[in-house]
Write a protein that binds this ligand. Sequence first.
Ligand SMILES: [Zn+2]
Length: 283
Amino acid sequence: MTDASTAPFLPGATAVSPALIDIGINLGHDSYDSDRDAVLARAAAAGVVQMVITGSSRESSHKAIELSRAHPGVLFATAGVHPHHATELTAELVVQLETLACTPVVVAVGECGLDYFRDYSPRDTQRAAFARQLEIAERVGKPAFLHQRDAHEDFVAILREHPRALAFGAVAHCFTGNAAELDAYLGMGLWIGITGWICDERRGQHLLPLMREIPADKLLLETDGPYLLPRDLKPKPASRRNEPAFLRHVARTVARARGEEVDQLAHSSTAAARRLFSLPEIT
Ligand SMILES: [Zn+2]
């Protein structure tokens, strides 16, 4: 079996089987500006066949859409405003986001949610911005891409006030919570996005036993690049920048924790991502 992380990179190499989908990559980030095409080539060589680019502000949502249009069928976008930027969500931007959310390459509304860990925006502003974006998801009939940190109670309360948004599906991206939080999310029908946080021996260990609790059809994989480079990745890139080609490393850790083969997890997580985001099938 070819191991993508050790195989030499061959331009145009056929994808490693089975395919993976990175459901959370900040590909518009300026750290990718100098070599974005090489990043995409390495992703393809590592069998990461499709990616959902996170839009987290007006600017990054536009950038995510622009990149997706340049790589049809491979790249897709979300359009939204991260809780850090909640104060930017004016009535005018709500209208603009709804227009963006209607474009075909946009497969989810968000990144939206609550972040009481950093508190970069006032909490009442965060709650309002979150609700406004769930309402966009309800109107356009697309899933929601959710962020939550240190705000579980309010997050769940606002989601429960928007059952029609939940009906179109939603993913708790970069899940780092505890068993009770996972239980609540699964109870609401959320998909769960797992990043390389789980590879962090200082703060991700608690996630390992939770992996068996997530039904295979609800478990999604993401790098959240350029952030969250898996701490146990060897060798580490000199840049310390994370990228989609490292997704199979995350998959291996999650598969081990679930007691299953990585190929099995690749199959199930790819199918789950396609179902949530209505992505076309490519091999
Ligand atoms: Zn996030």
